[in-house]
Design a protein around this ligand. Structure first.
Ligand SMILES: *Cc1c(COP(=O)(O)O)cnc(C)c1O
Length: 378
């Protein structure tokens, strides 16, 4: 570098590559591309011996995250994406082509509902939405061009736990693929791939990240399908940024601890609210897994509770149109996640002005119960 002028030196000075330390935490590979020392090295990328060329295609941070989630789900492959939505789209497109048909559960997350009902037709994919509570209804909806069954392991907001074994059996009989959104359960509670589900998707924005500071998605499952989905992610530019992958990976380290505490807290909250006269119905799964039953509690307030006053009296429990952070938050499906649904659709799945979804955090369970009780009684 001794011959170089100021302007060259300032661009090219770098830490001596021999001196790069073994850092305890994975560095953030905040780079759009990777360099090659010679043409043999470049060639080794195309021969598959050197994995990284261009971050939109592949990056160590996104690989670390998708690898972690795949391992937790006991699936052979995974890909990290820019959001839960893009992971869902890539997963569906890896199975369904123009002219194909898919069957989806009618009680899906609002965004997924919109994707499936409003966008898939532009890809030439037909959809039928039915209740997955009765698998006969799913079976009746199967057509000659049906390729995929799509549902959520724990539904939103009423927390219906899917019969994954039944679904896999039906799909095998009919020669269909299955895809499950496992966001609410997380692999700590359920591992749908181990039950025979082909593709498992997560909004990493929720429990995997766990700290409400990142938007991301992860799709894991069957090797060939994930490879196909990865190709879509790369070409459509739905890749996750290295920093967001790093943040999500950092959050994921405490997934087990958080889910344990949050599920235990949720169970306590559900139990306490069931006894309260201001609460008409408490929706909380009877059983999800031996490790717990999830951290979302949905309630339908009694008509004598003033909903406006309730929302004004929540103290440190914030109204937030999301879930799964370490803080307890509350959401109002009729005004947020399910806003886009027609009155008829809302009525069909039971969403009304008194339905409230609680995402239980890691705080002290007594404090959460006290704060909610104060708001109900306000
Ligand atoms: C949030 C969420 C999504 C969408 O994920 P984004 O990361 O917001 O794109 C999909 N499914 C479920 C169950 C969710 O909760």
């Amino acid at each position: 570098m001794s011959e170089s002028s100021f302007d060259t030196k300032v661009v090219h000075h770098k830490l001596d590559q021999q001196q790069v330390p073994n850092s305890k935490s994975t560095p953030i590979y905040q780079t759009s591309a990777f360099t090659f020392k010679d043409l043999d090295h470049l060639e080794s990328y195309y021969e598959g011996d050197s994995p990284y060329l261009y971050t939109r295609e592949r990056n160590p941070n996104t690989d670390e995250l998708s690898g972690t989630v795949a391992q937790l789900e006991e699936a052979p492959a995974g890909v990290a994406t820019s959001s839960g939505m893009s992971a869902i789209l890539a997963g569906i497109l890896s199975v369904a082509k123009p002219g194909d048909h898919i069957i989806a559960a009618e009680d899906l997350y609002g965004g997924t509902h919109k994707l499936i009902t409003k966008e898939l037709s532009t890809f030439g994919i037909d959809v039928t939405m039915v209740s997955f509570a009765e698998l006969e209804e799913v079976e009746e909806a199967v057509q000659e061009n049906t390729r995929l069954l799509y549902t959520e392991s724990i539904s939103n907001p009423f927390l219906r736990v899917e019969d994954l074994a039944g679904l896999v059996k039906l799909a095998k009989e009919k020669g269909l693929k299955t895809m499950v959104d496992n966001t609410f359960a997380t692999p700590y509670l359920l591992q749908p791939y181990t039950s025979g589900i082909d593709l498992v998707v997560h909004s990493g924005t929720k429990y995997i990240g766990g700290h409400s500071d990142v938007t991301c998605g992860v799709l894991v499952g069957d090797q060939m399908l994930v490879q196909e989905a990865t190709s879509k992610v790369v070409t459509l530019g739905a890749n996750l940024s290295p920093f967001e992958a790093w943040l999500t990976q950092r959050g994921a380290k405490t997934l087990g601890l958080r889910m344990k505490q949050q599920s235990t807290n949720a169970e306590q909250v559900a139990k306490a609210l069931k006894k309260h006269a201001g609460v008409r119905t408490v929706y909380y799964p009877e059983y999800v897994s031996d490790r717990g039953h999830g951290a979302i509690v949905t309630i339908e307030l009694d008509e004598k509770v003033n909903v406006e006053t309730f929302f004004q009296s929540l103290g440190w429990i914030k109204i937030a149109p999301t879930l799964a952070g370490v803080e307890t938050t509350i959401s109002y499906p009729v005004r947020t996640s399910h806003r886009a649904l027609s009155e008829k659709e809302k009525e069909n799945i039971g969403i009304n002005d008194y339905v409230i979804r609680l995402s239980i955090g890691i705080e002290d369970s007594e404090d959460i119960i006290n704060q909610l009780t104060l708001a109900i009684e306000a």
